[in-house]
Ligand binder design. Structure first.
Ligand code: NDP
Length: 295
């Protein structure tokens, strides 16, 4: 037992609707369709991953599907997530297209990728997808505590998962607590800080003490509190390295040292720059400009 609702040696989390999600998955954002995605998924399965996270917007569902069919691992052993692109209209029709590309009868989790157009409009379509057996669980992504509450109040089923940017530097304690309160599993994207803070000195100090790599420490920090992670890598050795996180534990002191790196002041908001809104785009642009001026 390594956290609330967390089970098993390699780690899994029971979701509110009864499905079980492995705590470690491979993310394939920005991995090109074709050989690179197929290799990454194959290497992940060989390294023991039983969970893959893709999306309609990533354009690589077909390669994920091919890699899943090729190996020795049975379909029912792997937890497969895809995400509804909210720029499109119909979650059911788009999931049918995803399933065709993936070569599957159903996904384990289908997520609204971001709350473009408001938190509720896509939800009835997501519920229909579940009722029709096309998705075992349904969830959301990049939803703030407030947006989560609105969709829970409006829907028949609550989201099983809220997938958000979450790591020691973007701790979002308020959002984590709101998810726990509502029985929604917070799932982390950006668990490796998208590579940006891997060289941080405070992180390096914890890693050195633990005798692990900074990437392993970041992933362990999340799974130790029951948060599923979906690190992305195109490299075989890193895919294997990122899987070695269930044979050590961080001490309470190490966990709090990492908690102290938070730059979000414990926010319950999911994103600093919601890219689908004008203000979010402007803030993102300003941030990039400041970073480039700082060199
Ligand atoms: P991550 O935080 O997982 O970081 C990925 C970066 O870290 C890559 O540059 C990778 O480089 C590098 N990296 C991987 N392993 C190591 C390691 N052991 N040591 C050092 N560097 C390493 O990024 P993302 O959050 O972008 O990706 C995770 C997944 O989350 C995505 O693939 C996607 O499935 C999901 N996601 C969801 C979003 C959403 O809106 N719901 C948004 C973004 C991502 P390299 O490949 O060269 O190894």
């Amino acid at each position: 037992m390594i956290g609330a609702g967390v089970e098993g040696g390699a780690g899994s989390r029971r979701l509110a609707d009864g499905t079980t999600m492995p705590l470690l998955g491979l993310g394939v954002y920005l991995v090109p369709d074709g050989e690179e995605t197929e290799n990454a998924v194959r290497w992940a399965l060989e390294a023991g991953y039983r969970h893959v996270d893709t999306a309609q917007a990533y354009g690589n569902e077909a390669s994920v599907g091919r890699a899943l069919r090729e190996g020795d691992v049975r379909r029912e052993e792997v937890f497969v997530t895809t995400k509804f692109n909210p720029r499109l209209e119909d979650p059911v029709a788009e999931l049918e297209r995803s399933l065709e590309r993936l070569g599957l009868d159903a996904v384990d989790l289908y997520i609204v990728h971001w709350p473009q157009g408001g938190p509720t409009w896509a939800w009835p379509g997501m519920e229909r997808a579940r009722e029709r057996g096309l998705a075992r669980a349904i969830g959301v992504s990049n939803f703030s505590a407030e947006e989560l509450e609105v969709v829970i109040a409006a829907g028949e089923f609550k989201p099983a998962v809220n997938q958000v940017k979450f790591n020691p530097f973007y701790f979002r304690r308020g959002l984590h607590d709101a998810c726990e309160r509502h029985g929604v599993a917070l799932e982390a994207w950006g668990s490796l800080t998208q590579g940006n803070e891997i060289g941080d000195s405070a992180l390096a100090a914890v890693a050195e003490r633990a005798g692990r790599t900074p990437a392993q420490v970041l992933l362990r920090w999340a799974v130790q509190r029951g948060v599923p992670v979906i690190p992305k890598s195109r490299r075989r050795e890193r895919i294997a390295e990122n899987a070695q996180i269930f044979d050590f534990a961080l001490s309470e002191g190490e966990m709090s040292a990492l908690d102290g790196l938070d730059r979000t002041e414990g926010t319950d908001v999911a994103l600093e720059n919601p890219w689908w809104t004008t203000t979010g785009r402007a803030r993102g642009l300003a941030g990039r400009l400041v970073r480039s001026l700082r060199g």
